[in-house]
Design a protein around this ligand. Sequence first.
Ligand code: IVH
Length: 666
Amino acid sequence: MTIQQQIEQLRKQINEHNYQYYVLDDPLITDSEYDRLFRQLQQLEKDHPEYLTPDSPTQRIGAAPLAEFSQVTHHIPMLSLDNAFDDTEFTAFYRRVLERLNTPEIEYACEPKLDGLAVSLHYEDGHLVRAATRGDGYIGEDITQNVRTIRAIPLQLRGNDYPSLLEIRGEVFMPKSSFNALNERASQAGEKLFANPRNAAAGSLRQLDSNITAERHLSFYCYGLGAVAWEPWPWQTHSETLAQLKQWGIRVNELSQVAKSFEECCQYYQSLMQQRASLSYDIDGVVFKVNSYALQQTLGFVSRAPRWAVAYKFPAEEEMTELLDVDFQVGRTGTLTPVARLKPVFVGGATVSNATLHNMDEIARKDIKIGDTVIVRRAGDVIPEVVSAILSRRPSDARDIVLPLKCPVCDSEVLRVAGEAAARCTGGLVCSAQRKEGIKHFAGRKAMDIEGLGDKLIEQLVQVNLLHTVADIYQLDVLKLASLDRMAMKSAQNVMDAIEKSKSTTLAKFIYALGIREVGEATAKSLAKELGSLEAVQQASEEALQEIADIGPIVAAHIHHFFQQPHNVDVVQALLKAGIHWPQEVKGEQSQSLQGKTYVLTGTLQRMTREQAKERLEAKGATVSGSVSKQTTAVIAGAAAGSKLTKAEQLGVAILGEEDLLKLLD
Ligand code: IVH
């Protein structure tokens, strides 16, 4: 094969893997295999620059910064959508459409409303030649260089049966993981944080230097067409068009669906609202589009929005309200967390009157004062937080938020360690707030799992001095419990039963329950697995602890320090004496019943995510691979499994279903 052929073959392979990954959501190879191909191509192109083409997958960065963006005219205007903010408004839209069309029922294409920025992509003879922002809908800005850095957007279409001109329209957005990483970097550099992924995406797309855009890891989904060279367009519906675009390598949202009735539309809306928090990107509603192009045409447009579509918005996750005051809450490890007391506001589907301000550094960075009008965010089950203050509305009597010098609960001194964001109460076990939080943690579901010993009960028990340390839990009796407010004999007995039951646990849960700073569930598991016994953990030196995966010097120091404290040793002794026990850990490994076996996961599993399945298989010693080969023990196929299933069939590799997987894991 000539060098040129090798280069072309590599490009084809990489483009195909991009397609598998972004469009089909079904990668055939691991990231490291992909990187290897990519580097191979980069090397060949470096050695033979004469074969470099602008379409090569390696050519996604490195354009020289622009002085300004040039303007682009949209020959077909980029319109906006009408919104429906509640059930009544959506029902009104639905009815209006049926009345205008004079029909009892029609089909809708349903899609998530992505929270990003609209872009137009021009493909000429299959090559991405121009990308533009929406601008005012008629004239946008040329952001081709920036868009070329987005890997989810193909530089070249697949196949060869596409129109000579194809204008794709869709949304560029920043995945939540990219957003968090970006803000993490900004925070470390002491820079201003982006308020949300949408703002971050906007800021990243309007960079004159495309190298910056490339670092921001944006993504893209297509939701429609602009100008095309084919007249008439051969497909009759929006959903058929999207399916065709997918064939050409354009990424279409996998949650897009067709609904055939009002009920189905409502179900889709509810289902997306449920999934919202767990998606890897922000959505702010559902877009419903009349599926048939003929009917779309009949309906037409009013001013700047189509009559055939609506954006049915989810309840807003951010609202404005007033910051009335700030209290400091003391956590399990003494951390003082500033908590905003707010004028109650309805946000993210609930009324919020408290929100976290995280720590003093965050308050300083966001420049928040008492009396400010602030933006509060409540997304899914995440604790509500104050995102920012609206400085233009700051009243003249706004007050600074001051860290107290003494713990608001136990009056001990408050310390701020240099280099740490948190301020801490130095009271330790003297501080009833720390004790309460420590006991809550100990009794929690992921720790000793004492059902019925909830926050309120623990607070009471600490208040009346029945609980001083976690070991005291095992000194409680029915009479003591029943003497408390709102505690009948029956419920007291239930709590006692749960306490008794909790004595049988695992070493990992016990270590986690102790509430050692920085020791979460995963670290506790590693400690149990690697060291095998509590004595070994207690006696391990900081050096020995650092040998364990994921334990660095800071965590090692916390663990070591914890077991050096006589009062901690006493509590641990008392717990063991009370009868807490666990099965012996097999040091260094679990039952490795799947040692030497290799599995490939594909499709959607019902009972767990692919990631969870992978973890559990690996915990049993199996290898989980991204690609099917003759060496694969079996392919585990969930719903809508694609090419990997076909490949397994071709190679005669065993195919298992979800039930088989559960049996393997059992
Ligand atoms: S269709 C004529 N579909 O929402 C219809 N828009 O409020 C044009 N958006 O500017 C838009 N997800 O940036 C459509 N699945 C989706 C969308 C979507 C997000 C954005 C888009 C548009 C804005 C309109």
